[in-house]
Design a protein. Structure first.
Length: 300
């Protein structure tokens, strides 16, 4: 299926117009409730991910699309517990080597954390014998992934790079943060040296980029910043309707879409069919709709 390039002329519409439309949509309120529920779930699970888990890998099955290691990188203020849903989905699909990694953004800045990410990638390659890995990053994790691939040679070790609600062009909320140990969060403010470097460093590479973004992300502002807009990266931007910054991480349609994309990574086509992800409708679906699984897609 051919992915049509997105016209970027209207990526930054009037803020007043966006707010007016948002507050008149019932879906805004249901999406907000969904985000609050997801936040509570993440808070409950958080203690389970404080301690770094041991690196272990299953027995290779001999299929490249299932044996390639998958590394999951959490966002700012989170830990590996946020990946419970996606980890389970990947293992159910047959992936034999699924890994998480904890890091502390209060102690290290973006370049340093990206270097640590690179060390983890090299460790996984050494343990599994795989030449390349797939990496999925949520929020700040996606920014670290961008820096590692573009600035540290990660384009030679990462096959598929997936970001979820990552502020590729920064978030306005970062401008409001002050105080000690806030260097990392200030580095993802729009126009910061890190953001400018990431934008300027985008260049063609073998890496397949996929970015999931939502219209109700309350932490990435503007929400379109979670898209990868650089033509050089040839990214597929997947619109996930009415999900928040954390609910997008837990949404079954998103985890299913990521599994589908990674399964397709080793195939000749290189990309699964994609279409926008929307919340399930309350009305009972018709026969043809009931048989169609939720998918992901959108624009490059």
């Amino acid at each position: 299926m051919r992915v049509t390039p997105l016209a970027v002329a209207d990526r930054h519409p009037s803020k007043l117009g966006v707010l007016r439309r948002a507050f008149t949509r019932p879906e805004t309120y249901t999406g907000t409730l969904r985000e609050l529920t997801s936040t509570a779930a993440c808070v409950i699970r958080y203690p389970l991910g404080i301690i770094e888990g041991a690196i272990s890998t299953g027995r290779p099955c001999g299929q490249a699309e299932l044996d390639t290691p998958v590394l999951l990188v959490h966002g700012y203020g989170h830990n590996r517990s946020g990946w419970t849903a996606l980890s389970r989905a990947l293992r159910r699909a047959g992936f034999t080597s699924v890994h998480t990694w904890n890091y502390n953004p209060l102690r290290h800045d973006v370049p340093t954390l990206a270097a640590h990410l690179g060390e983890r990638v090299e460790l996984l390659r050494a343990i599994t014998g795989s030449q390349k890995v797939h990496v999925v990053g949520h929020s700040l994790g996606g920014v670290l992934l961008r820096w590692y691939i573009q600035e540290m040679g990660g384009d030679q070790t990462v096959e598929v790079a997936i970001t979820i609600a990552s502020p590729h062009e920064g978030t306005e909320l970062a401008r409001l943060v002050v105080g000690p140990r806030t260097r990392t969060i200030r580095q993802i403010a729009p126009g910061s040296a890190i953001m400018r470097r990431i934008a300027a460093g985008a260049r063609p590479s073998p890496v397949r980029w996929i970015a999931y973004y939502s219209n109700l992300d309350g932490l990435v502002m503007p929400a379109t910043s979670a898209m990868i807009s650089s033509p050089a990266l040839r990214a597929v931007n997947v619109f996930v309707k009415d999900q928040g910054h954390l609910s997008i991480l837990l949404a079954p349609a998103v985890t299913g879409s990521i599994v589908e994309q990674l399964l397709a990574a080793e195939r000749a086509a290189g990309l699964a069919p994609v279409e926008p992800i929307e919340p399930a409708e309350p009305a009972e679906p018709g026969p043809s709709q009931a048989q169609r699984p939720p998918r992901a897609s959108a624009s490059a």
